[in-house]
Design a protein around this ligand. Structure first.
Ligand SMILES: O=P(O)(O)OC[C@H]1O[C@H](OP(=O)(O)OP(=O)(O)O)[C@H](O)[C@@H]1O
Ligand SMILES: O=c1cc[nH]c(=O)[nH]1
Ligand SMILES: [Mg+2]
Length: 212
């Protein structure tokens, strides 16, 4: 599946604002949700439609509506929460599956600490959201557990992706499409994306900044 780097001017502008180290937590949060909505718009452009009839102002009118495709949004805690409302602003009826994963700061290994998935995953499309795709460990772990639960159609929405993370996800799960606002240069020696956003979880939650 291809990687979709959405180089829309609104996304480029908003991401540029997010890269400012002095940006307030409030603005960082707002921009993360706005870009998440724009990525959702792009990722949803091939959702199936079906014809329907409504009572219009001048009588019966044929319209189109989403063909009942079930969707679950899957934020990877913590930082993925920073994109959740943006996705739900466009797909308000989506069910939410939560996955908690923390990256060990020394080994960079992804460690899963929470898994609360919705039912009927074999009939749903999953939209995983996480601001950062760095080594790809957290994303691969999330896709692994969604597939183990029966999910067959999975897309990943990330604000910033490192080429290393894209390569790892694509090698492990070639069927999963990645939508991102930017493919950045790569990882530094601490596993942070460059130029990146720093620690997205800390910036969304207003906790201590650590590196990046
Ligand atoms: O691609 P990877 O190398 O796995 O790194 C990316 C992960 O790291 C960050 O989460 P973190 O572990 O810092 O947790 P947090 O969201 O709770 O801060 C980020 O939000 C991703 O989930
Ligand atoms: O650059 C990075 C890499 C992992 N997690 C982050 O929050 N930022
Ligand atoms: Mg973090």
């Amino acid at each position: 599946m291809p990687v979709h780097e959405i180089r829309h001017p609104l996304i480029r502008h908003k991401l540029g604002l997010m890269r400012q180290a002095t940006l307030s937590t409030k603005s960082f949060r707002e921009l993360a949700q706005e870009i998440a909505a724009l990525l959702t718009y792009e990722a949803a452009k091939d959702l199936p439609l079906e014809p329907a009839m409504v009572d219009g102002w001048a009588g019966p009118t044929q319209v189109e509506r989403l063909a009942g495709k079930k969707i679950t949004v899957v934020p990877i805690l913590r930082a993925g929460i920073g994109m959740l409302d943006g996705v739900l602003s466009l797909i308000p009826g989506a069910r939410v599956s939560v996955v908690g994963i923390a990256r060990d700061e020394q080994t960079l290994q992804a460690q899963t600490y929470l898994e609360r998935l919705v039912g009927e995953l074999d009939q749903r499309q999953a939209l995983i959201v996480d601001p950062m795709l760095a080594t790809g460990g957290s994303m691969v772990a999330t896709i692994d557990l969604l597939k183990q639960a029966g999910c067959k159609e999975i897309r990943a929405l990330v604000l910033v992706a490192a080429p290393e993370g894209i390569a790892r996800v694509t090698a492990a799960h070639p069927d999963v499409a990645i939508y991102t606002a930017s493919v950045d240069d790569g990882l530094n020696e601490d596993g942070y994306i460059m130029p990146g956003l720093g620690d997205a979880g800390d910036r969304v939650f207003g906790t201590k900044q650590k590196g990046g």
